[in-house]
Design a protein around this ligand. Structure first.
Ligand code: HEC
Length: 126
C-alpha cells in the first residue's frame, strides 16, 4: 500500500515537472474545442490539408481569408479582406453570414464565449 502511494506521488511529481499549468490548460481547452469542432467537421477536414466541402482549416489562425489556391471560395469571402485573427474567428463562428454577407458557408451560431475559446484553442493546434 505504501509503495503504491509512493509510486503515485512520484508519478504526479514527474507529470508536474513536464507540463506547466498553463500548457495543461491549453491542452484541456483544445480537447474541449475538438468537441465543439464536431459541428464543423462535416464540411471541414482536419486529417490533411485537403479541401472537403469547405476549405481546409489547417493553419487557419492568422491566415488571409479565401487564400487557399485550390478551393473555390465565394466572391464575398474573396473580397472580404479579412485575416483570420482570433477576434475575426470569434465573429465568424458567432454569425458568419453577418461578418461576411453572401458567404457560401451555412450559417453557424456559436455565441457562447467559452465554446469560442475552446474552438480557437483547437484551431491553433491544426
Ligand atoms: C455546411 C458546411 C460547413 C459547416 C458545417 C462549416 N463550414 Fe466553414 N466553410 C464552409 C464553406 C463552403 C466555406 C467557404 C465559404 C465561402 O467561400 O464563402 C467555409 C469557410 C470557412 C472558413 C474560412 C476559411 C478560409 O480559408 O478563408 C473558416 C475559418 C471556417 N469555415 C470555419 C468553420 C468552423 C469553425 C465551423 C464550425 C463551427 C464551420 N466552418 C462549419 C462550409 C462549412
Amino acid at each position: 500500500m505504501k509503495k503504491v502511494m509512493v509510486k503515485l506521488l512520484s508519478a504526479a511529481a514527474l507529470a508536474g515537472m513536464m507540463v506547466s499549468p498553463v500548457q495543461a490548460d491549453e491542452a484541456a481547452m483544445a480537447a474541449a474545442g475538438a468537441d465543439v469542432f464536431k459541428r464543423c467537421e462535416a464540411c471541414h477536414s482536419v486529417d490533411s490539408s485537403k479541401n472537403a466541402f469547405g476549405p481546409s482549416l489547417i493553419g487557419v489562425v492568422g491566415r488571409q481569408a479565401a487564400s487557399l489556391p485550390r478551393f473555390s471560395y465565394s466572391e464575398a469571402l474573396q473580397k472580404s479582406g479579412i485575416t483570420w485573427t482570433e477576434d475575426n474567428l470569434r465573429q465568424w463562428v458567432a454569425d458568419n453570414t453577418k461578418l461576411v454577407p453572401g458567404t457560401r458557408m451555412r450559417h453557424v451560431a456559436i455565441t457562447d464565449t467559452a465554446e469560442q475559446d475552446y474552438l480557437i484553442a483547437f484551431l491553433k493546434t491544426l
